[in-house]
Structure formats: structure tokens, C-alpha cells
Design a protein. Structure first.
Length: 217
């Protein structure tokens, strides 16, 4: 029986942590395996882009991350219509489609429309079957070697702007007084109502004075 207000002895000396510890000793080998798998996939789908179907650029949700841009699930029907691409044709030429997403701003709409037009200009479609009879107007007669570069980097998102930019100090920058400018701006904002009231009172005083001069004449 434990007496007084002491801590109950509850020491765990038999945790057997060796059974639950996790190690990743095969990480270097797995890295090489994944790299070789990507090479095999790229060679299998060549000259199509190894990254998969073209995806739009969208902003991340929530106020915390909405300044970041990532690859979305698919293009909206409005974006495809503005780019002149049929929604059923888009699925057959490597363009992802998301009928649930909608455009909330003209900036994102124009950005993805330009992305589609760039892809459409660089798109090369090979005939499904060999033979002159099976070649369509939209198909190309170029060899695979000539069009490998057409799909490079098409599904990459733009690089983020650098966080720090460098500039040369000029005399105008050196002579600029930031603290004084801020004080003037604050003072101007604070005195807006007072100055406006004062200007109205001055205008009222000027009107009767001008009328009095005319009567005297």
C-alpha cells in the first residue's frame, strides 16, 4: 500500500523498442531502382511526355497557401472551349479534363488557355496504323527522332520568383528618407477631415466678402 501523496512507481524498463524501430537502410538502392523505372517508362511512352497528360496551373486552397501555384487535376470546359479544343478530343491527345472545376478569375483562365495553345502548337500526332490510307489531316509524317524535343518540359510548372533580389544603389535611393515619408503620409491621412473642414469654412467666408465689395461699388 502506497502511503502519503507520492508518485506511483511506474517505471517501464521492458519497452522492447527493437521490435518497433524502423530503418530505411535500402534508401540508396531504392533511389537507383526508381530512377531506372522512370527511364524505362519514358522509353516506353516516347515520344509522348513521360510526366503524363497536360495539367493546368492552379492556386493552392486556403488563405495561407493561395499564393503558391501547383499542377491541378484537369482543365475546365471553359478553358478548353476558349482554346478551341473539344473535350472528347482532349482526352485522346494527352490533355487532362476536370468538368467539376470552374474558373474564378480571368487571370487563371487566360493562363491556362495560353498553356493549352502552346501545347496545341507543339503537339505532334502520329497515325494509329501504318499506311498512307490511314493518315489523317491532323497526323504528322515526321519521325520520332524529330519530335522528341516537342514534348520536353510541357508539363512543368513555372519556377517561383526568387525571394531575394539584388539591385544597385543609386543616389535617388540613398537620398530617399523612408521614415520622414511615412510620417508625412500618416499626417496627411490624419489631417484629411480637418483640412477639408477648414477649406469649406474659408470658401464660405470669401463669398459674403466678395458680395459686400460689389454693393459698395
Amino acid at each position: 500500500m502506497v502511503k502519503h501523496n507520492n508518485v506511483i512507481p511506474n517505471q517501464h524498463f521492458h519497452k522492447k523498442w527493437q521490435r518497433r524501430v524502423k530503418t530505411w537502410l535500402d534508401q540508396p538502392a531504392q533511389k537507383k531502382i526508381r530512377r531506372n523505372a522512370r527511364k524505362l517508362k519514358a522509353a516506353a511512352v516516347a515520344p509522348a511526355p513521360a510526366a503524363g497528360a497536360l495539367r493546368p496551373l492552379v492556386h493552392c486552397p486556403t488563405q495561407k497557401y493561395n499564393s503558391k501555384i501547383k499542377l491541378g487535376r484537369g482543365f475546365t470546359l471553359e478553358e478548353l472551349k476558349k482554346a478551341g479544343i473539344n473535350r472528347k478530343l482532349a482526352l485522346t491527345i494527352g490533355i487532362s479534363v476536370d468538368h467539376r472545376r470552374t474558373n474564378k478569375s480571368s487571370e487563371s483562365l487566360d493562363l491556362n488557355v495560353d498553356r493549352l495553345k502552346d501545347y496545341k502548337a507543339r503537339l505532334v500526332v502520329f497515325p494509329r496504323r501504318s499506311g498512307k490510307k490511314n493518315i489523317k489531316k491532323s497526323d504528322t509524317s515526321l519521325s520520332k527522332k524529330d519530335v522528341v524535343s516537342a514534348g520536353k518540359g510541357i508539363n512543368e510548372k513555372p519556377l517561383a520568383a526568387p525571394a531575394v533580389t539584388l539591385a544597385t544603389l543609386t543616389e535617388e535611393i540613398k537620398s530617399f528618407k523612408a521614415h520622414a515619408s511615412l510620417r508625412d503620409a500618416r499626417n496627411t491621412a490624419r489631417m484629411v477631415g480637418i483640412r477639408l473642414k477648414k477649406s469649406k469654412e474659408e470658401k464660405k467666408e470669401e463669398k459674403p466678402a466678395a458680395g459686400g465689395k460689389a454693393d459698395d461699388e
